[in-house]
Design a protein around this ligand. Structure first.
Ligand code: PGA
Length: 260
């Protein structure tokens, strides 16, 4: 079933003490919300802390049916001599349920492309993790009007090799690279246009049932002020939030801006 989701990607930020403070503030807000009448309608919240904090955060939210934990990346192999890497199995066994695959920072700074990202997605699914698969164009690509093709190619390489039953477990995040961490957000119309395009691509490649079922999140300078306008669009099922997810008040405003 299509889900409403607000995800927080902390990236490589926060000391453990800072992370604990953020989590305890968030927990209080979520508890209050759940105890109020509105609480029944809270969207799914997925937190993506850095690897070393995963078990700590998992322990805090262990009995929360709407709060999930994820890792920001995983390796594309099962196990082995890959010093410094973390496998999907390890992430799962640390209490996480999600993993971000193909974030633009991984693509541009760590050279991750189609084949590796397809393997990472396969690893995630094999180990029972929900992949949050990122796609999005760079500014020159949008200026050349190539953004639809870029996103289609990324989805084709990273996801469209798989069977419909597997794909239905994936969450897609559209994150235009020019909007990530820049303060320059896509307009609600630009977000809706791309999300509708992605959904049509899913319908054409697979079928309408799958397209209707999949959650597509927007990411890129989404904040407490602009979230409601972006989320109002029919094909936007929530957000993948970077900078604003480090501020409990802002992140919580974004959570409540997403109506079920
Ligand atoms: P931002 O990052 O909200 O800071 O732009 C989003 C992301 O990279 O997922």
């Amino acid at each position: 079933m299509r889900k409403k989701i607000v995800a927080g990607n902390w990236k490589m930020n926060l000391s453990l003490e800072e992370a604990k403070a953020l989590v305890s503030e968030l927990k209080v807000k979520i508890d209050n919300y759940r105890n109020s009448s509105e609480g029944r309608e809270m969207p799914q919240v997925v937190l993506f802390p850095p690897f070393p904090y995963l078990t700590r955060v998992a322990d805090v939210f262990v009995n929360y049916d709407q709060v999930f934990l994820g890792a920001q990346n995983c390796h594309n192999e099962d196990q082995g001599a890959y010093t410094g890497e973390v496998s999907a199995m390890m992430i799962r066994s640390a209490g996480a349920s999600h993993v971000i695959i193909g974030h633009s920072e991984r693509r541009s700074q760590f050279g991750e492309g189609g084949i590796v990202l397809a393997e990472k997605t396969r690893q995630a699914l094999k180990n029972g993790l929900t992949p949050v698969f990122c796609c999005g164009e760079k500014l020159p690509e949008r200026e050349k009007n190539a953004h639809f093709k870029v996103v289609a190619d990324q989805l084709l390489e990273g996801l469209f090799w798989m069977h419909k039953d597997q794909l239905s477990k994936v969450v897609i995040a559209y994150e235009p690279v020019w909007a990530i961490g820049t303060g320059k957000t896509a307009t609600p119309d630009q977000a809706q246009e791309m999300h509708a395009y992605i959904r049509k691509l899913l319908a054409d490649t697979y079928d309408q049932g799958l397209a209707d079922e999949m959650s597509i999140l927007y990411g890129g300078s989404c904040n407490a002020k602009n979230a409601a306008d972006i989320f109002r669009n029919s094909d936007v099922d929530g957000g993948l939030i970077g900078g604003a997810s480090l501020k409990p008040d802002d992140f919580f405003s974004i959570i409540t801006a997403l109506k079920p």
